[in-house]
Ligand binder design. Structure first.
Ligand code: TYC
Length: 118
């Protein structure tokens, strides 16, 4: 049986880089970077038909706002055309938008809810 030829050593990620017989070894330092998730604000838009009480209920039920804060946000939307209900990760913001629009349509209101990069 022929003698096996020696195989070169397998290099794995993170292995020190050898300088093949020289007297120094370079160790690669890699900093693992985990980006924080992008955030999205959920915004309610004003319209002329959705009752104020319904918007206040939405802010309490789906955005955990107390009555006073919910009233303030609702009035801000009423006067300024739009208002931020909360800031969330993408999936949570998207679900909030769907849930709010479903609740509004179920109750026959044209309330608009959108999400946008925060
Ligand atoms: N403008 C509505 C009214 O006068 C109230 C309202 C507030 C509607 C906020 C939508 O996102 C809204 N009945």
């Amino acid at each position: 049986m022929p003698a096996e030829t020696p195989k070169p050593p397998v290099k794995l990620p993170g292995d020190p880089i050898s300088d093949e017989g020289q007297d120094s070894v370079v160790v690669e330092r890699r900093v693992a970077k985990t980006e924080p998730p992008k955030l999205y604000q959920v915004v309610l838009l004003n319209d002329d038909f959705t009752p104020m009480e319904f918007v206040v209920m939405v802010l309490q039920e789906y955005f955990n706002r107390d009555l006073e804060t919910a009233m303030q946000i609702m009035l801000k939307i009423h006067h300024e055309g739009r208002g931020v209900c909360g800031v969330f990760t993408k999936d949570v913001a998207s679900t909030k938008v769907d849930v709010v629009i479903s609740a509004a349509r179920r109750s026959g209101h044209p309330l608009q809810c959108i999400m946008e990069a925060a």
